[in-house]
Design a protein around this ligand. Structure first.
Ligand code: 2AM
Ligand code: CA
Ligand code: CA
Ligand code: CA
Length: 281
């Protein structure tokens, strides 16, 4: 069976249209938020726009593919245990849509224009379509397993940097201030002097798209969930890059600590992260 198409409906076309519609709606709500709620902690925010975007995405996808399964961030209880459990519950789905309705909610709330819509489709546990849309810049990143990755029809390829000292690298500071943040800070401390410079934009999905497009040579973040990473991981792989967990193990949907690079700097970056974790702050 051809996994990309059922009948005449292209999964990728639906993913693109849905991400574009959701993104446009989100953009129209920028600066027009009535209420911000906290989820797990005061660092973990959610708005009506997150929920509305997920509802819009879910409705569109389920209208096209009613027998597919759907995993969206706002349909899951907050916290790392709940997100792992939710992924397990849908792990035997044939077709599973994995959706982050706004990746970068903190940015969205503050009017910092770096956030995205992330939509991935997995077939028997393997990601086959990944779409990340940045509505603020109207940039659309699309990948299909085995068919490459594109930004508005132009093939994306990872950067050629082979030295950390010539690499622009991004990370994300985890919302979990007790476990994950100190680990990330050790990595940050170890890498900041080694790389050309560090960035932290606040949308894991968009950082992964930037690695795919060669704008960043590497990205790592710990304490993420499948909806943050799924689409972006395929973008990086299909652009010639490498995705593992921060321990260097192969990427899969349950990975929470992600390292994505152009391939060239992967082992060195990974080694530095491992060394850093073993040191004290
Ligand atoms: P979100 O905006 O969809 O919540 C910021 O470093 C990145 O971490 C964003 O991609 C953000 O996604 C993600 N993230 C994962 N878990 C989070 C949490 N509990 N609180 C805030 N951001 C989180
Ligand atoms: Ca969130
Ligand atoms: Ca997210
Ligand atoms: Ca989100």
């Amino acid at each position: 069976q051809e996994p990309f198409v059922v009948g005449s409906k292209s999964f990728t076309a639906v993913a693109i249209n849905t991400a574009a519609k959701a993104g446009e709606w989100i953009k129209s709500k920028l600066g027009d938020i009535n209420r911000v709620d906290t989820k797990y902690s005061s660092h973990d925010l959610v708005t009506e726009v997150d929920k509305g975007s997920e509802k819009l995405i879910r409705n569109l996808i389920m209208t096209h593919f009613p027998d597919h399964s759907f995993l969206g961030e706002e349909g899951v209880e907050p916290g790392p245990e709940a997100s792992s459990k939710a992924l397990k519950e849908v792990s035997d789905a044939e077709y599973l849509w994995i959706v982050d309705p706004i990746d970068g909610t903190t940015n969205f709330v503050h009017g910092f224009p770096f956030f995205s819509v992330s939509i991935a489709l997995a077939y028997k546990g393997e990601i086959i379509v990944g779409v990340v849309y940045d509505p603020a810049r109207d940039e659309l990143f699309v990948a299909e397993k085995g068919k490459g990755a594109y930004m508005h029809g132009k093939k994306t390829t990872v950067s050629l940097d082979s030295k950390l000292s010539e690499s622009l690298v991004a990370t994300g500071f985890p919302a979990d201030r007790n476990g994950a943040l100190p680990i990330n800070l050790k990595g940050t401390l170890a890498l900041a002097p080694k790389v050309r410079n560090l960035r932290s934009g606040g949308s894991a999905a968009l950082h992964l798209a930037y690695v795919a497009a060669g704008r960043l040579s590497g990205f790592w973040e710990i304490g993420l969930s499948a909806w943050d990473i799924a689409a972006g991981a395929l973008l990086v792989q299909e652009s010639g890059g490498k995705v593992t967990d921060t321990a260097g193990k192969p990427f899969h949907l349950a990975v929470r600590n992600v390292l994505a690079t152009n391939g060239q700097i992967h082992d060195e970056l990974q080694q530095k992260l491992v060394e850093a974790e073993a040191t004290g702050l």
